[in-house]
Write a protein that binds this ligand. Structure first.
Ligand code: ADP
Length: 441
């Protein structure tokens, strides 16, 4: 082969090698940026570093912010496991010099370099012969050193420096990303814990408040029976405030349902009419106290549903309580239910103060109330609808609000999916379930 041709061939082979290496580095960078776990990421990085430079082992030393020393954070090779956590002093060591001089370094004969910290070699019975190390920086801040050790053949060269430098900068970005995700996860976990503490505290406190309140309500009711004139009015005021307090405490107790999990639901098959009736019983005294008219429109056919009865009743009573609360005395509350294909639609309609169009969704958010907290006339914690939505979500149903506008009344629709085969015709309904809900009140 003529000399010129062979030189040209060598050149193009060298070029091809570089293109291959660049492609490989791009691939490595893609892999590193797609993982959000630190340990596998570092292991992958070490492996690629040794492969690219034909080295026996690799390691990452990170600067300890407090002591200023360097600590092995990751390693690959025969003594990797023992190495992790070991400390190399910054002053007078090779890794320390790489950091201090902020530049890559090749040490071909480690034994002859007085900076080599051979404590570790002795402890681990390891023979470090050659080192290539590059500084690692995250957003201009030096964080550590990436080292490859003991080239299997030949010496480390400028190409090795270039590849390892590139790898180190890619790794720094990926490590930074992972650390940010990790610290976010920790912050989120801490928040969850604090949130749980708060919820537990409210649940316990509200539970403890119930007992003394029960005593107040009990004695006030007894006293009311005998009281006359002015003292009768006073007792009535005590009773009405105690009742108001009970509804607030119930709201607090229900706070835990805001983060209700589907696994906490106990599903059972029940007649829809029975469920409607149970909710009506819960709110009847309030309707009477406000002198409102309550109407019930039952479905034309008896329908069986599969629900967590207590939780669905809680959702429905929350909506009914609102209808009563936000409707003036003498107003009308209408509860209706119909089957629509494979769903049941339960509706609570009132002719009360209504809801502005732009707040129809926000009212389902935790603690959201349309009224200004400083001037509001109606009590409540702003949790009833949040809980109702959570309960419906867990039943794979839905709930929404409609209102023509202020003072035009509101309508809340609760939709439940029907389990297959759970629809009964009038003829098939057991006799005692045919009676109208109104009659059984
Ligand atoms: P609370 O009733 O304790 O304030 P909710 O979550 O049950 O909390 O309701 C949130 C808000 O939605 C209420 O404060 C009220 O502003 C509005 N709202 C709910 N139901 C009605 C209704 N039927 N009529 C008018 N406004 C309503």
């Amino acid at each position: 082969m003529p000399e010129e041709t062979s030189a040209g061939q060598n050149k193009s082979e060298g070029l091809q090698q570089k293109v291959d290496m660049l492609n490989r580095l791009v691939e490595i960078s893609l892999v590193m940026n797609s993982t959000f776990q630190l340990d596998p990421l570092l292991e992958y990085l070490m492996f690629q570093a040794t492969e690219i430079t034909n080295s026996e082992s690799a390691s990452i030393l990170l600067l300890d912010d407090k002591t200023g020393d360097l600590r092995f954070a990751a390693a690959l090779g025969d003594v990797a496991e023992e190495l992790i956590g070991m400390i190399v002093p910054r002053k007078g060591s090779i890794a320390g010099s790489i950091i201090d001089q902020e530049q890559a370094m090749i040490i071909d004969d480690v034994d002859k370099d007085p900076r080599h910290f051979d404590d570790i070699d002795q402890k681990l019975d390891y023979d470090t012969r050659s080192i290539l190390g590059v500084p690692m920086a995250i957003r201009d801040k030096l964080v550590g050193v990436l080292e490859v050790l003991n080239r299997r053949e030949g010496r480390y060269d400028e190409d090795d420096i270039r590849y390892i430098t590139l790898l180190a900068s890619q790794a720094a970005v990926a490590i930074d990303n992972v650390q940010m995700v990790e610290s976010l996860e920790h912050a989120y976990d801490d928040l969850e814990k604090v949130n749980k503490l708060k919820t537990d505290f409210i649940a316990i406190a509200s539970h403890e408040l119930r007992t003394p309140l029960g005593v107040i309500l009990g004695y006030a009711t007894v006293l009311q029976e005998d009281a006359q004139g002015e003292s009768g009015e006073h007792i009535e005021a005590v009773l009405s405030s105690a009742l108001q307090m009970r509804s607030l405490i119930e709201g607090m107790t229900n706070l835990r349902y805001v983060s209700l999990d589907e696994s906490e639901l106990n599903f059972e098959k029940v007649w829809l009419n029975d469920v409607l009736q149970e909710a009506i019983n819960d709110v009847q005294s309030m309707v009477e106290a406000k002198g409102q008219i309550f109407e019930l429109e039952e479905p034309p056919e008896a329908v069986m549903i599969e629900i967590d009865r207590a939780k669905f009743v809680l959702a429905l009573t929350n909506v009914l309580n609102n209808a009563i609360k936000f409707t003036p005395p003498g107003g009308v509350i209408l509860l209706s239910a119909v089957r629509r294909n494979k769903e049941v639609w339960v509706r609570v309609r009132d002719n009360g103060i209504g809801i502005p169009a732009d707040e129809l969704e926000q009212i389902f958010e935790q603690f959201y109330q349309v009224e200004d907290p400083m001037t509001r006339k109606h009590g409540g914690l702003g949790l009833g609808l949040t809980i109702a939505r959570t309960v419906l979500d867990r039943h794979k149903g839905r709930i929404w609000a409609e209102s023509p506008g202020p003072n035009e009344g509101s309508c809340f629709t609760l939709v439940l999916p029907l389990p297959p085969g759970m629809i009964f015709n009038e003829m098939e309904v057991p006799k005692n379930h045919k009676k109208k809900a109104k009659e059984s009140t």
